[in-house]
Design a protein around this ligand. Structure first.
Ligand code: SF4
Ligand code: SF4
Length: 238
């Protein structure tokens, strides 16, 4: 299970500044299971976005956003709502945000940070990869992760070594930062490249050791929290 947490609302509102309409798309997989996201969080977000005067053209949930075929087919059902949107606010891990960016011709904004792949590595059928940096910047990179698509994990690229559109470290790979530039240019958001991205805070890369006593720690934490919630509700019942 991939462990995620919602970004602060102010950060999310900053991402959509200047936009008139947004579509909110939630992943019904890991964020629902870990109770960090899901449709209810998407609806909360819709209220916060609406309160800022931005039109929410729709809120939807798709079971697994990392499955691009599924995401593409189901997103197509929301095409009327998408017509009025400037962007898609994606409530999912970094993989889901990238997958939506790959199937939809829209700017994508990550509403969550990806904290960890959890006790077991998630499996997904696409090529999108996330390094769980805990401070997702897909908003500024056209929905392509620079940490995993650039051989040097640069957050400001290119490095200057790109040769014939390929990476100087691994000539078989297209240059990740060139792909980011091309995607941003196609979306009319090349100005994003003018802002410098802050270095990653490596303390956010992993969940604290104290919470990872076994490989199934993420499931254990979720179970403990469920037990606590049940206990608390018993307390209020009596
Ligand atoms: S920037 Fe990349 S590594 Fe960091 S959370 Fe987003 S997708 Fe994952
Ligand atoms: S050539 Fe491109 S992908 Fe390779 S290290 Fe430099 S910026 Fe990153």
């Amino acid at each position: 299970m991939i462990v995620t947490e919602m970004k602060p609302v102010d950060e999310i509102l900053g991402m959509i500044e200047g936009e008139k309409g947004v579509f909110i798309l939630c992943c019904g997989g890991c964020p629902e299971g870990y109770k960090s996201g899901g449709l209810s969080k998407g609806k909360d977000l819709a209220e916060a976005v609406g309160a800022k005067g931005v039109t929410v053209t729709g809120v939807a949930e798709i079971e697994f956003l990392c499955n691009k075929a599924l995401a593409g087919v189901k997103l197509n059902r929301s095409r009327e709502a998408l017509r009025g949107a400037d962007s898609i606010l994606v409530v999912s891990c970094g993989v889901g945000v990238q997958a939506v960016g790959n199937v939809a011709d829209f700017p994508v904004h990550p509403a969550m940070n990806t904290v960890s792949m959890g006790g077991r590595q998630g499996l997904w059928p696409g090529e999108e990869r996330c390094h769980q940096c805990g401070d997702c910047l897909l908003d500024r990179t056209g929905g392509l992760c620079p940490i995993t698509t650039c051989s040097k994990s640069l957050v400001n690229g290119t490095c200057g070594g790109t040769k014939e559109e390929h990476c100087e470290v691994d000539p078989k790979r297209p240059c990740g930062w060139l792909k980011i530039y091309q995607r941003l240019a196609a979306l009319g958001r090349a100005e994003c490249l003018k802002a410098l991205n802050a270095p990653r805070d490596h303390r956010k890369y992993d969940f604290p050791d104290a919470r990872r006593s076994t490989v199934l720690w993420a499931l254990e934490v979720a179970a403990e929290e469920t037990e606590e919630a049940v206990e608390a509700s018993r307390g209020t019942d009596t």
